[in-house]
Structures are given as C-alpha cells and as structure tokens.
Design a protein around this ligand. Sequence first.
Ligand SMILES: NC(=O)C1=CN([C@@H]2O[C@H](COP(=O)(O)OP(=O)(O)OC[C@H]3O[C@@H](n4cnc5c(N)ncnc54)[C@H](O)[C@@H]3O)[C@@H](O)[C@H]2O)C=CC1
Ligand SMILES: O=C(O)C(=O)Cc1ccc(O)cc1
Length: 272
Amino acid sequence: LKAAGAVGEVVGLGRTQASLAAAQQRGVIDRIASDWADALHDADLVFLAMPVGQVASVLVSMAPYLSSTTVITDGGSTKVDVALAARQALGAQCAQFVPGHPIAGAEKSGVAAARADLFYQKRVVLTPLAENTEAHIALVEHVWQACGAEVSRLDAEDHDRVFAAVSHLPHFLAFALVHEFAQRADSAQLFGFAAGGFRDFTRIASSHPEMWRDICLANRSALLVELDAYMVELMRARVLLAGADAEGLQAMFDTARTRRDAWLDGLTPPGE
Ligand SMILES: NC(=O)C1=CN([C@@H]2O[C@H](COP(=O)(O)OP(=O)(O)OC[C@H]3O[C@@H](n4cnc5c(N)ncnc54)[C@H](O)[C@@H]3O)[C@@H](O)[C@H]2O)C=CC1
Ligand SMILES: O=C(O)C(=O)Cc1ccc(O)cc1
C-alpha cells in the first residue's frame, strides 16, 4: 500500500522489538506502536499477519481499544477458525472484521522476505461474515486492489475445503517426505544425490514450521479428508505399479500431465 501511495501512516505492533525495528528500517512501517491503545488510535484499517493460532488471543487483546470506525482484516491461511475467533473476541464488533487470505507468498518468512510486489496480479479471497456491511468489505477489497490483487469471495467453509486440497495437503506431503528421508540411516547419501525434481517437490518444506503447524491444526478435518483421498489414490497407484500395469500407469500419468498443463495454460495473470 505504501508503494502504491494508497495509505497514510503505517503503524506496526508486534512481539519482538528487533522485527519491528527491521520493519521500520526497511520502510515497511512508519512508526512502532507502544501498545494496542496507541496502535488503534485513529486507525482506519488493521491488518493481522500472524500464525492463525495466535489470532484469537490477539483479537482479545485489541478488543478493548477498538473504536466503532476501525475496520480489521487478516491474511491468515484458514478462515473458519479466524471467523469463530472474531465472533468470540469481538462480539457485535465482529461486523468490523472482514476475513481475508492472499493467495501469494513463499517458503520465506519474516520482514526480510517482504516485497512490495508480492500481491501484484495474485488472487485474494475474502470470506465476509454475515455481519459485515458492504462498505467494510469494499474497503478491504479496495486496499487489495491497490496492491494489484484480484479479489474474490468464498464462504469460509468452501475456502477451507479448497485450500486443504490445493495448499495445505501439498505442504503437509512435502514436510512428511523430507522428514522421512531425514530419519534414514542413508539420509546424507539421499540428500547428496537429490536434484531438481526433489527440489521442486519439496521447496515448500522450507516454509515456517509454526505457521504450518497452526494451519494444519486449524483445518484438520478438511485436511484429513484430502489426506485420505490422496492415500486412496496412492494405493491405486501402488496396485498399478505392483502389477507392472504399464497401460494403467501411463494412463494415470497422461491424465495428470494433461490436467496440469491445462491449469498452467489457464493461469493467465488477472486483468489480461
Ligand atoms: N507465508 C506465506 O506464504 C503466506 C502466509 N499467510 C498467512 O499469513 C500469516 C502471516 O504469515 P507470514 O507473514 O508468512 O509469517 P511471518 O513469520 O513472516 O510473520 C508472522 C509474524 O507474526 C508475529 N507474531 C506471532 N505471534 C504473534 C502475536 N501473538 N502477536 C503479535 N505478533 C505475533 C511473528 O513474530 C512474526 O513476525 C499467517 O497466518 C499465514 O498463514 C497467507 C498467505 C501466504
Ligand atoms: O510457497 C508457496 O508457494 C505457497 O504456497 C505460499 C503460500 C502459503 C500459504 C498460503 O496460505 C498461501 C500461499
């Protein structure tokens, strides 16, 4: 928003002074707040950007200082839990909280990984609460659009089901695969010969462990459904392999490649 000239003063509040000082030094924030009262004074919009397991306690801490004119949003990767936390912590003021999720990021974390163009031509999903007014939703939509993002809306349950499949499952699998190799006696040899395919498949296992612990736990039931479906597919694939079913394996690989290529072809940046 600062790069787009779409914001006045950006005030940061966080856990560690060192991160806040680094954010200020990089120009990500203009000023470090001393506490919630200071941070929320005259604030138009609050963006919460912490692991989803922290959102409930953060909302409880800020609630006493929240005026009726401040809008809150978040960037958490799961939405059913965040909506519940907002209702419990804010009561009727949850009408001022518009949950959101930018579908952009990387395996990197911390303020050093910040990039002004991170959300440019990327999707952002808002999962508005029934209590939100259209004006509050429009404000949040507008700030994401100012960052170059394409905004869409989903129910929180649909959001969590979709992202359990296309984001949470792949991260879970990547962590599990690297973990399994790391436990082996021949681990050094395996990693010594691992190359591009392994790097592509496992890049996201370099993601932040606390963040992903919270996502997996928050979306546990939807993730378990996806994990079970994948395990069934793996068993099907195992049957093909064990039976040396060349035709069956090739048909599976063909379908997967065709579908992935079509997805990549359809991945034109928003607005083009
Ligand atoms: N990294 C990614 O690619 C994406 C992350 N998200 C979501 O965005 C949120 C933030 O993730 P990142 O910015 O990547 O993480 P990050 O690790 O870069 O930043 C999280 C920050 O939250 C702070 N924090 C933790 N607990 C806190 C608390 N109780 N009070 C105040 N600050 C606290 C940490 O000290 C850290 O500075 C998470 O909910 C994550 O699920 C969403 C889309 C993409
Ligand atoms: O590293 C990647 O490619 C990601 O998939 C980043 C990411 C992580 C969490 C999200 O909720 C959305 C995007």
